[in-house]
Structure formats: structure tokens, C-alpha cells
Design a protein around this ligand. Structure first.
Ligand code: SAM
Length: 208
């Protein structure tokens, strides 16, 4: 797979991507394009991210084998599947029920067991699951969601694409230290927007 554009050289990240068959995460109609470095439609107006973006995000997240990682925006499940190879457990939240069901079926087919899924509004995080060592938001937000900052463990790191101006987005890295939160601006990105809160008790059709 073409990962040169990502600039990632971390051997563990590259191995995790190599072990994760992207063709299992795209609709059948796009299967012959699964290993191109391009985003592809997955339904509900959403996309699976480019492999080079997944590689970059994963490398910047720097997950470790004992860590608990929260992902907002399961989508196809590809990024979450890559993360399962690199950390203790992945928690992933998706607001579209149909996308989540498809992703869950893929996790099962691939025998990925260190992953917990939930349908809901990821902006609220997953307070019942406790704090996370790493948090990855795979859709673009206007601001860093406060609930997610609160759920970041000390020593933890969060990556979130933030909409700046005129359609420009920038990946931002937040690190929680003993003294507070440090923010570092990384490179420009191009994610679909994070969709805001909705009533999680409403029927699926009404929620989308
Ligand atoms: N990580 C995904 C993958 O590997 O295929 C790609 C994610 S796609 C670029 C963004 C995803 O975020 C979409 O599936 C979208 O439905 C989801 N999303 C948007 N707003 C959300 C929210 N508030 N809570 C949870 N998921 C959300």
C-alpha cells in the first residue's frame, strides 16, 4: 500500500496497517480501489479515510500496548481495527447505526476482540468507561469538545481536527500534563464534519 505520502516510518504503525486488510472495510463496489491512497464513500455521506492519513494519525497518537484508546467516528471501523493492534482496548463511538453495525460485523469477521463499540454522540465521550490514555476524533470539530478533554487521563494525548476558517482544518494535539493541557497545532487535514448532539433515545431514523 502507498504510505509514502504519510511520512510515517514507525515500524509498529506500519505493521499494524499491513495486518489490517482495508478491502474488508470498503463497500464491495470499491474493493478494487481499496489499496489506493484515497478516501472512499462508505454510505450515509461518510468516508473511510486515506491510508496515509490513518498512518499519520496513528503515529501522532502514539498508542502503547497497555493503553485504552477512545475513537470518535467509527465509520468503516478501519482506523479502530488498526488501533486494536497497538493498544490494550479500543472504545469507538459512531452516530450512524447502520455504519456501526457494518463495522461491528467486520470486527467479528476479523476476530478483533479488544474493541468495544457504542452508538451515540461522540462529542459527549464515554464517561462510564472512565478515562482514556488516548483520544482520536476522526471528524472535524469547531472546537475541542470539553467532555473529551475531561476524559483524557493525565499523561494522555488527544488528536482532533479543528475547523479554522474558509474550509481550512488543522489537526490539533492536546496533551494533559500535571499542570494542565498543552495544545500543539499539527498539519492541515480534510475530514468530514463532526455532527453535533442529538437525542440518543430517539429512533434510529429520526437521529440521522
Ligand atoms: N474512522 C473512520 C474509518 O476508519 O473509517 C472514518 C471516520 S469518517 C471520516 C467520520 C465518522 O464520524 C463518520 O462515520 C460519522 O458518521 C462520524 N461522526 C460524525 N459526527 C459524530 C458524532 N457526533 N459522534 C460520533 N460519530 C460521529
Amino acid at each position: 500500500m502507498m504510505l509514502r505520502r504519510s511520512g510515517v516510518i514507525d515500524a509498529d504503525v506500519l505493521a499494524a496497517i499491513e495486518r489490517t486488510p482495508r478491502d474488508a472495510f470498503v463497500p464491495a463496489i470499491f474493493r478494487d480501489r481499496a489499496y489506493e491512497d484515497t478516501a472512499l464513500p462508505i454510505g450515509d455521506g461518510q468516508t473511510i479515510s486515506r491510508p496515509s492519513v490513518v498512518a499519520f494519525m496513528t503515529a501522532m497518537l502514539a498508542p502503547g500496548p497497555r493503553m485504552r484508546v477512545l475513537e470518535i467516528g467509527t465509520g468503516s471501523g478501519y482506523q479502530a481495527a488498526v488501533l486494536t493492534r497497538l493498544c490494550r482496548r479500543v472504545y469507538t463511538i459512531e452516530r450512524h447505526g447502520s455504519l456501526l453495525s457494518e463495522a461491528e460485523a467486520r470486527f467479528e469477521r476479523l476476530g478483533l476482540t479488544n474493541i468495544t463499540t457504542r452508538r451515540g454522540d461522540g462529542v459527549r465521550g464515554w464517561p462510564r468507561a472512565g478515562q482514556f490514555d488516548r483520544i482520536l476524533v476522526t471528524a472535524a470539530a469547531d472546537d475541542v469538545p470539553n467532555a473529551l478533554v475531561e476524559q483524557l487521563a493525565e499523561g494522555g494525548r488527544m488528536l482532533v481536527p479543528i475547523r479554522e476558517y474558509d474550509g481550512v482544518q488543522r489537526l490539533v494535539c492536546l496533551s494533559r500534563t500535571g499542570h494542565g493541557v498543552e495544545v500543539e497545532a499539527l498539519r492541515e487535514t480534510s475530514f468530514v464534519p463532526l455532527v453535533g448532539a442529538y437525542d440518543e433515545t430517539a429512533p434510529q431514523e429520526a437521529a440521522q
